[in-house]
Design a protein around this ligand. Structure first.
Ligand SMILES: Cc1ncc(COP(=O)(O)O)c(C=O)c1O
Length: 375
């Protein structure tokens, strides 16, 4: 069986929507069944479940080139970021949080929520002409009062991939911390926390990591963990979960201090199954396959006189095409059994390793049929 055949949705659909949700594999389905079977067999199986949680933690750490103790497992990116934001101290001398026009709403909202605690949130504006976040915007905003710079690696609206290196260098020059939202990247393009020299990253499992909603992760650089004490807490964030001490809060010396309560155990089974598929292929190989498909889509778009959502050099791993009726277009493609999504006037096409050139052919056949909905 080829790997594509491991994803039953391809029997009936051309699924090119991994930026929204990765396709469901037989393995991930079997992992959920295994959870239910384990419950039938054991009732409660906590020792095994905690081992599985640590297995998942180790796999996410390896994927990001992080140490296992630098990883918190969360129910969502938002949960991890809320815990992180709560652990920062906003002083009048250093309280600026630099976010961007390309932030997913949740990251912006979480930073704005810190204004109550003294944060001063500023937003780097998009260059609307060039459709990118200009480095000059970061140069203007990042200064010695900057506590943290928060950047999305890949913009969920248009697929723009940020060149992180100069921004991180700038932040370092001013003594600022750096958080990167990697949700739209991890699993499809290599992300190495050490090579990036980043302080925090967060993401989740449901897109290019192929498993499920309701599970995320937060990476915290080792040297910062002990200095940051979140005001969020819970028994899974304690130094010793088994202490069951209700007389104090004793946060773990590892990034587990950013966790809180009982993890979603069923999701841990699913997450491990999804991670194993990605590990089996290797993210670098996935990137190569995905870029070939992305290149083909871009070439065909230009040949057909369709407009790309952004300058084509910076697409990865999502490509966007401009539409004058994005919801109408997604519906029309859906009528041809092609699953895509849209944001901000753009059709989002987001292949993964399971897509192929036949999918691209079917997409363009349908787009041509619906040319009236393209810009
Ligand atoms: C770039 C990005 N960040 C954050 C999120 C949301 O994360 P969560 O719902 O896990 O908090 C998404 C969801 O699509 C996303 O695409």
């Amino acid at each position: 069986m080829s790997l594509r055949e491991e994803f039953p949705i391809f029997k009936s659909k051309t699924y090119i929507n991994s930026c929204s949700y990765g396709a469901l594999s037989y393995d991930v389905r079997a992992a959920y069944e295994q959870y239910l079977n384990d419950r039938d067999e054991h009732g409660s199986h906590w020792e095994h479940w905690v081992e599985m949680l640590e297995d998942m933690r180790g796999r996410v750490a390896s994927l990001l080139n992080a140490d296992i103790d630098e990883m918190a497992l969360t129910s969502s990116l938002s949960e991890g970021l809320n815990a992180l934001a709560s652990s920062l101290t906003y002083t009048p001398e250093r309280n600026k949080i630099v976010i961007t026009d390309y932030d997913f709403p949740t990251t912006a909202q979480i930073w704005f929520a810190q204004e109550k605690r003294g944060a001063n949130v500023v937003q780097v504006a998009e260059d609307k002409e060039q459709k990118l976040l200009p480095l000059s915007g970061f140069e203007k905003e990042i200064d010695d009062s900057t506590l943290l710079v928060s950047i999305p690696y890949v913009c969920y609206r248009n697929g723009s991939t940020q060149d992180l290196e100069p921004i991180i260098k700038l932040a370092r020059k001013h003594g600022a911390l750096v958080f990167v939202d990697c949700y739209q990247a991890v699993g499809a393009i290599p992300v190495d926390v050490k090579a990036l020299d980043v302080d925090f990253i967060a993401g989740g499992m449901l897109k290019y990591l192929l498993s499920t909603a309701g599970t995320g992760y937060l990476y915290v650089r080792d040297s910062l963990i002990q200095k940051l004490q979140p005001t969020t807490s819970g028994w899974f964030s304690q130094r010793d979960i088994h202490a069951m001490d209700h007389t104090k809060n004793d946060p773990s010396p590892t990034a587990r201090r950013f966790e809180s309560g009982t993890p979603n155990v069923a999701n841990v089974y699913a997450a491990i199954a999804g991670l194993k598929i990605v590990e089996g292929l290797g993210v670098a190989n996935i990137q190569t396959e995905v870029s070939e498909i992305i290149s083909a889509i871009k070439t065909r778009a230009l040949e057909n006189d369709f407009k790309l959502g952004i300058d084509q050099k910076r697409h990865s791993p999502m490509v966007t095409l401009q539409s004058n009726d994005m919801y109408g277009l997604v519906t029309k493609l859906g009528e041809d059994n092609i699953v895509t999504s849209c944001r901000d006037g753009n059709l989002r096409v987001s292949p993964h390793f399971y897509n192929n050139m036949d999918d691209v052919d079917r997409l363009f056949e349908s787009l041509n049929k619906n040319r009236g909905l393209m810009v």
